[in-house]
Design a protein around this ligand. Structure first.
Ligand SMILES: Nc1ncnc2c1ncn2[C@@H]1O[C@H](COP(=O)(O)OP(=O)(O)OP(=O)(O)O)[C@@H](O)[C@H]1O
Length: 358
């Protein structure tokens, strides 16, 4: 599938501004972004529920931009299940096959197969209201997949479920994606979900594609400060490139210089040192960026402890989030405790500062 300059405006408001994206067959792309960033509008255009203001949608090379939703052969799963309440599970799954006028015997065979593959065989005669939320969503997935759509669209499919069910369904969707080899566009604002499921992540921001990259690359090497903050949950520390050392950036952060392992931006340009909380260390080594600070918050998370460390001196001030193993030696025990902390050059990613851009 290919999206070419796909955009949508509502009057003066631009919901989606010219998205270009080529999706490989069988790929799962997570469309991630803050509320109002244009994720659902993008999906609705692909589904055919919204007409684009500009651009085109190609499915298997065919321009489907002006086809009705039914003619696009796209399966859709949304947050609130949207099952037919008066139809049994089996009849819900059969629905799309009837619409496409499949013969009765083939319909019955396909429904039985889908129920089995989605582990719903025992529930075929029940009505949706007799199912749990997770079961209803499995029915919705079975229904959407029954007629082998060319592409599957999922809009916050787990948004209505509690955490434990969510985890089950994430595993289920992962399995479905692998076994059915379906191309999936998956809208979510939950980065954990995106991380677990996706081959690639499209990060939307104010209607634009702020980043598009394989999951691990986006997580470990985010291209900008916004992507680092949103996807990697990184601390964003203001910095400035002051020199080049063997092609790498020497940056100044709050009056201290640090030789990083990142290629340089233009000298003097404001940049951001993006440092993930697990990369913040206590009692850092000599070549590290180090500061004295104070614990302002401490959250026990089981295997790890999250600390908020506030620092302030003549040159700089801020708060850094730090994630340490709960068994780490010398772990600060209480709010108010003084600590020396920092990060080593190899763990800081120097990225353009785009946090203010709209
Ligand atoms: N029918 C509409 N008329 C006018 N503006 C709209 C309409 N639909 C969406 N918008 C606007 O377009 C922008 C993008 O909305 P969209 O629903 O695509 O965002 P989203 O990223 O899916 O958000 P959320 O995560 O909250 O669902 C928002 O500013 C929204 O207010």
């Amino acid at each position: 599938m290919e999206l070419i300059g796909l955009g949508k405006s509502y009057g003066p408001e631009t919901a989606v501004a010219g998205v270009d994206l080529a999706v490989e067959h069988g790929e799962l792309i997570a469309i991630l972004g803050a509320s109002g960033s244009g994720k659902s509008t993008l999906l609705k255009m692909v589904a055919g529920f919204e007409g684009p203001s500009r651009g085109r949608i190609l499915l298997h090379g065919q321009d489907v931009s002006s086809l009705s939703p039914a003619d696009r052969e796209i399966g859709m799963v949304v947050q609130n299940y949207a099952l037919f309440p008066h139809l049994s599970v089996a009849r819900n799954v059969e629905y799309g096959l009837r619409m496409r006028k499949w013969p009765k015997r083939e319909r019955a065979e396909r429904v039985a197969e889908m129920l089995e593959r989605m582990r719903l065989s025992a529930l075929g005669d029940r009505l949706p209201r007799q199912l749990s939320g997770g079961q209803q969503q499995r029915v919705a997935i079975a229904r959407a997949l029954a007629y082998s759509p060319r592409i599957m669209l999922m809009d916050e499919p787990l948004g209505a479920l509690d955490k434990a069910l969510k985890q089950d369904l994430v595993e289920e969707i992962h399995r479905v994606h692998r076994e059915f080899a379906t191309t999936i566009l998956y809208v979510t604002h939950d980065r954990e979900e995106a991380m677990t499921l996706a081959d690639r992540v499209v990060l939307m921001r104010d209607g634009r594609m702020a980043a598009c990259a394989p999951v691990e690359e986006l997580y470990l090497r985010p291209p900008t400060a916004y992507a680092a903050g949103f996807f990697s949950g990184a601390n964003l520390v203001p910095a400035r490139v002051v020199d080049r050392v063997e092609g790498r950036a020497r940056v100044e952060i709050g009056g201290r210089t640090l030789d990083t392992t990142c290629p340089v931006d233009p000298l003097g340009s404001p940049v951001t040192a993006a440092v993930r909380p697990v990369c913040v260390v206590l009692d850092p080594p000599d070549d590290a960026w180090a500061l004295e600070g104070e614990v302002t918050d401490r959250l026990f998370l089981g295997d790890s402890v999250q600390l908020k460390l506030a620092y302030s001196d003549a040159d700089t001030s801020g708060v850094v989030s730090c994630l340490l193993p709960a068994t780490a030696p010398g772990l600060p025990g209480a709010v108010g405790e003084k600590v020396r902390f920092g990060f080593t050059p190899d763990t800081a990613r120097i990225v353009p500062d785009d946090q203010e851009t709209r």
